[in-house]
Design a protein around this ligand. Structure first.
Ligand code: ARG
Length: 751
């Protein structure tokens, strides 16, 4: 009896003792006010000032957003600075596109990995940028001062756009900083973010895909996982330490803070904290929105992505060169495809729509209980219901036009890129020419100049496009996408351009695709370069790929009106819904949806129970790599030398008792964009890199499921083992600040 009470007490204390919430992506500037006490209780050992400070170096100074271009407003992944020489860790799948761009049959870094032996060998990545957050500020009052409740949706967004533009300018210090203003809680609050952006980012190291992408698309979004999902870059600055574009004169960044690395590893229940740039969540989505996604939006996307992937794969499997060319495009599409399948399944299995309906019923009752509330919020739910219904009625043709048409075969999107040239090549209308002769001459000369700069730009685009392009694969994609387009859309919803083309081919889509590729200048680099050497309007106008692209474009314009109007009608309802929910539950601390701004989430290392009678442990080890090995399946190949190290248990300082941990689970609340984020212990030391979510909780972006939702992290000891023992890149290990605690004293039993 006593024993039972003790056990019961133990379980109660486990569930109640964990007072701290794992759910929530918190804004670092509010950490002290909202989370600090809770975090301390849970195991954080740093001061609030050490984790977020504007004046002193703090954790936030080691966390960066990865993007392309010098003025990003969003980030595709997260990275962290790990040395005083600007060394940066992120995921392999975040560096993948750049690793792929550097890869050829001769230097296949995707297959073999890449390790720069010195600074001089580190490879520049012209598009890539890294953003450091300097500070953030609440600008809600300032932004909302320019709007009122009687404004139309359009006037409201125009006023806000103007105001945020002014704010960005005012805070940029003459262009020194990239300033971004973002809406929070569906437009109820606004925050401003000041970033310093570095544009000389070099590739330092990457494991082979057999490590960095081990398990491939089969294991993606799933646990148990054995993936070494990391890659290494370095941030460079001008000789003066300021951001600068690539130059051989540039030097490694001297960061304000870099994360120390801990070799202590994890145990169940340990405090964990993850910082990064989560891209987007929809936690306040209504039941109508869930329904819309499930019934109207996802099925078509899943179908089209699936077909495209299958077609690409056919050509990739047949030719190693094509495999390298399409590796990144395939991985990105496959990732979204599986995400949508998993989310659909999760939303249904976890009855998310019903849970949302419960909340909406509470909301209705709360609104009805008070006259003022009824006036303000009375129409919210009915407006949403109507808005989603209207969107549902118009989305199908939009989706097929966009995903099977414009964004289907690459040749269509590529032709679109020549639209501005087409406009510029049109003769200037006599009526537009100034009367004054000199002015008229100048206008004509200016136009010539514009044509020539546009052509220079296009020549670059052509090179980039054809490096990773295989026309026969794309021709097949065109055929397959148009099959879906014509099958799913009534003729009057299709672009007449296609209807006519197809008529000429007696309805044969294979013949249509073959004909289009044979006659378009956009299907080969030689043809398009010959055109650019002597461009003329007529060639562009009669090009079949261009004609089809134009056809899809005008159809989109035609369809977009109704869809956008419905979408716009939702904006005020969504804003009021979130506002009302917050007032209805005044004791609850709300966190904002992810929107590609820096967030912090804290939780602990935990296992989970994915299904009745199934228990998933919270760590995996290299033993699982050997168990999963399958030399006949390229997703599960184990490099010979890795296998040798594992079999000899030659783990160096990274293993414990003949085992090496590969990945571990934590309860942190993350989403896409967090990839590459550091997971830290209570001392702010790096213990791993977050890289995925788990299959059983794929509805997590819409509803957080505490019992099921886990973050999948690669253990930093596996990362270091690969760098050190597998690749022998010891110069990188030497740069890190590595910490290891003395072994813990043996604990005396509690009972
Ligand atoms: N699911 C991960 C994410 O969205 C990406 C994992 C990439 N790995 C892969 N096998 N495609 O962040």
């Amino acid at each position: 009896m006593k024993k039972i009470t003790l056990i019961l007490l133990f379980f109660l204390s486990v569930s109640f003792g964990k007072a701290y919430a794992d759910e929530g992506m918190w804004l670092p500037m509010f950490v002290e006010r909202l989370n600090y006490v809770d975090m301390q209780k849970a195991g954080l050992q740093l001061t609030a000032e050490e984790i977020y400070s504007i004046n002193n170096s703090s954790i936030k100074d080691a966390i960066v957003g990865l993007s392309n271009g010098p003025t990003p407003s969003g980030y595709f992944c997260t990275g962290e600075i790990v040395s005083d020489q600007g060394l940066l860790f992120t995921n392999h799948h975040c560096g993948y596109d750049n690793i792929q761009k550097h890869s050829t049959i001769e230097h296949d870094y995707l297959t073999d990995g890449f390790w720069a032996a010195s600074l001089a060998e580190e490879l520049p990545n012209p598009d890539m940028s890294v953003s450091f957050l300097i500070k953030m500020a609440d600008v809600t009052d300032s932004v909302l001062s320019v709007v009122n409740d009687t404004m139309s949706v359009q006037d409201r967004s125009a006023a806000i756009r103007k105001k945020t533009g002014d704010l960005r300018k005012a805070w940029s210090e003459e262009g020194k900083y990239n300033v971004v203003v973002k809406s929070f809680f569906e437009g109820n609050e606004y925050y401003l973010f000041v970033y310093e952006v570095y544009t000389d980012i070099r590739l330092v190291g990457a494991p082979p895909s057999a490590v960095g992408k081990f398990g491939g698309d089969t294991d993606n979004w799933m646990w148990p996982r054995h993936t070494g999902d990391f890659s290494i870059f370095r941030v460079y600055t001008g000789p003066d330490g300021r951001p600068a574009d690539y130059s051989t004169e540039n030097i490694p960044l001297k960061p304000k803070h870099h994360l120390p690395v801990s070799l202590d590893g994890v145990e169940k229940g340990d405090f964990t904290m993850i910082w990064g740039f989560p891209g987007s969540t929809d936690r306040y989505l209504s039941s109508f929105g869930v329904d819309f996604n499930l019934e109207k939006q996802y099925p078509a996307i899943i179908e089209l992505f699936g077909d495209k992937l299958e077609t690409w794969k056919e050509f990739m499997d047949a030719d190693q060169k094509v495999k390298i060319q399409y590796a990144s495009k395939h991985a990105v599409t496959a990732n979204s495809w599986k995400y949508l399948i998993g989310q659909t399944r999760g939303l249904k299995r976890l009855n998310v729509k019903e849970k949302k309906e419960f909340l909406e019923n509470d909301f209705s009752a709360w609104v009805a209980a008070d006259n003022e509330r009824s006036k303000k919020y009375g129409d919210v739910l009915s407006t949403m219901a109507k808005g989603y219904e209207q969107m549902g009625a118009t989305i199908e043709p939009m989706l097929y036009t966009n995903l099977a048409g414009m964004g289907g075969a690459e040749i269509i999107g590529f032709a679109m890129e020549f639209n501005s040239l087409k406009e510029l090549l049109k003769p200037i209308d006599k009526k537009e020419l100034p009367k004054e002769k000199d002015m008229a001459k100048k206008m004509i000369a200016d136009r010539k100049e514009q044509v020539s700069t546009t052509i220079t730009g296009l020549k670059e685009a052509v090179k980039e496009h054809f490096k990773d392009y295989y026309a026969p694969a794309d021709q097949k994609v065109l055929q397959v996408m148009l099959e879906k387009y014509t099958k799913n859309l009534a003729v009057e919803m299709q672009t007449p351009v296609l209807v006519k083309m197809l008529d000429k081919q007696d309805g044969n889509l294979a013949a249509l695709a073959a004909n289009l590729f044979a006659n378009s200048i956009f299907s080969s680099e030689a043809k398009i370069n010959a055109f650019l050497a002597k461009p003329d309007l007529k060639t562009l106008e009669k090009d079949p790929a261009m004609q089809l692209a134009d056809g899809f474009m005008s159809k989109t314009m035609e369809l977009a009106g109704g869809f956008r109007a419905a979408q716009a009608s939702l904006a005020p309802a969504k804003r009021l819904f979130v506002d009302g929910l917050r007032k209805m539950q005044p004791e609850k601390v709300f966190y904002p949806d992810a929107n590609s701004t820096m967030r912090m989430t804290y939780g602990s290392v935990q296992d989970y129970i994915p299904a009745d009678a199934v228990h998933f442990d919270y760590v995996t080890t290299t033993n699982g790599i050997i168990e999963k090995e399958d030399p006949s399946n390229d997703e599960f190949i184990v490099p010979a030398y890795l296998k040798e190290l594992i079999e000899k248990q030659d783990f160096g300082p990274y293993g414990v008792d003949g085992k090496l941990v590969t990945c571990f689970l934590s309860t942190n609340d993350i989403t896409g964009g967090n990839s590459g984020s550091p997971i830290m212990n209570g001392k702010g030391e790096l213990i791993g890199l977050a890289f995925d979510g788990n299959w059983e909780a794929m509805s997590g972006d819409i509803a957080f499921e505490p019992a099921l939702q886990r973050t999948i992290n690669v253990d930093i000891r596996y990362v270091l083992f690969i760098i050190d023992k597998y690749a022998g890149a010891t110069r990188l290990i030497d740069e890190l600040t590595i910490r290891k605690s003395e072994p813990k004293p043996i604990r005396t039993e509690a009972f």
